[in-house]
Design a protein around this ligand. Structure first.
Ligand code: HEC
Length: 303
């Protein structure tokens, strides 16, 4: 007998528009597989064919990319989001006409420097382990009197629709620049989420039976021309975690870890993740723990 289909916690229904987008993308992926397999007769054409290893050509291209990246980094557009984030922090809003300067990000009310480097962590007032964005939403509801839906309504910016949470995250993360990562793992709830996040990282699911680990647990892997970090290796994990939120050149937007993980769950062919859900916090807890000791460089700059 077939086991009943299970909807993992933390996923919402797939919007029809998103479904259509995925279907279109799935078509491209299939075409890619077919072409890749035709080009290599005699080899087994498994899902793992999507992942391959460097060759000299890719090495040279990535050297060029690194040079370009370094040049862009000097004028990182994320500064615009940081400036707006600081302004939002200090501007009264919501039914209670309050700013966010009384928000406790874990180091005490209104203390911003160093706070990002200690997240995610357990918050006794909310009785929950929270990442930066969840905590910001919490503060917007508690201090400014917004509902959670109102606080989250613009969680991902899109051109003229600018996101408060992305701007606030950029500024707050930037206030931990140069400090070592030290997410909380002392509280039993922090440990529970860490274990859940690691399980989820290795959990294979979806139409392609991918786990995060399928793409992110080997050295020198790439998906097409994109290098994929080995997040089980602390060196790669540190570099990855500490450079988000980041300005994405391809999107012209500053993105947060909530966005990055939602996008990777999409790459894993899973339903759309719910913003601020425990699933994302658990994955973040695992990644932040892997990145322990890494120096915060955020806001970063990405392809
Ligand atoms: C099908 C392959 C694939 C799967 C499955 C996948 N990812 Fe990714 N991931 C990528 C690619 C490709 C990139 C780099 C994208 C880019 O550079 O634009 C990436 C980037 C990332 C980054 C940012 C790395 C950095 O250095 O900026 C993180 C963090 C991440 N993934 C976490 C995850 C997690 C957690 C999961 C499981 C929920 C997951 N990924 C599943 C392919 C995948």
């Amino acid at each position: 007998m077939k086991p009943p289909a299970r909807q993992p916690q933390g996923f919402g229904p797939v919007a029809p528009a998103a479904r259509a987008r995925w279907r279109a993308r799935a078509g491209w992926v299939l075409t890619f597989f077919v072409l890749a397999c035709l080009g290599l007769p005699g080899l087994t054409c498994a899902a793992d064919r999507l992942l391959s290893f460097h060759n000299d050509g890719v090495g040279k291209a990535s050297d060029e990319m690194a040079r370009f990246h370094q040049e862009m980094l000097e004028d990182n557009p994320s500064e615009l989001w940081e400036a707006r984030g600081e302004q939002l922090w200090r501007t009264a809003a919501g039914p209670l006409k309050a700013d966010l300067t009384g928000c406790d990000l874990g180091l005490g009310a209104g203390v911003v420097p160093g706070a990002f480097a200690r997240l995610p962590r357990w918050f006794a007032d909310a009785r929950q382990v929270m990442d930066l964005e969840q905590r910001l939403v919490w503060c917007m509801t508690q201090q400014q009197g917004l509902t959670r839906a109102e606080a989250e309504q613009d969680h991902f910016g899109n051109g003229p629709q600018r996101s408060r949470l992305e701007a606030l995250s950029a500024w707050i993360a930037g206030q931990s620049k140069g400090l070592p990562m030290q997410a909380g793992i002392g509280h039993p709830e922090e440990q529970r989420l860490l274990a859940l996040g690691e399980r989820m990282f290795r959990y294979r699911a979806g139409s392609h039976d991918f786990a995060c680990a399928t793409c992110h647990s080997g050295d020198h892997r790439r998906v097409r021309l994109q290098e994929v970090p080995n997040l089980t290796d602390p060196a790669d994990a540190r570099q990855a975690w500490t450079s988000w939120p980041a300005y994405r050149i391809s999107q012209g937007e500053l993105r947060t870890m909530q966005y990055r993980l939602a996008d990777c769950l999409r790459q894993q062919r899973l339903p759309e993740a719910v913003y601020g859900s425990e699933l994302i916090t658990a994955l973040s807890m695992y990644l932040a723990h892997q990145a322990e000791g890494g120096i915060v460089t955020a806001p970063g700059l990405k392809r």
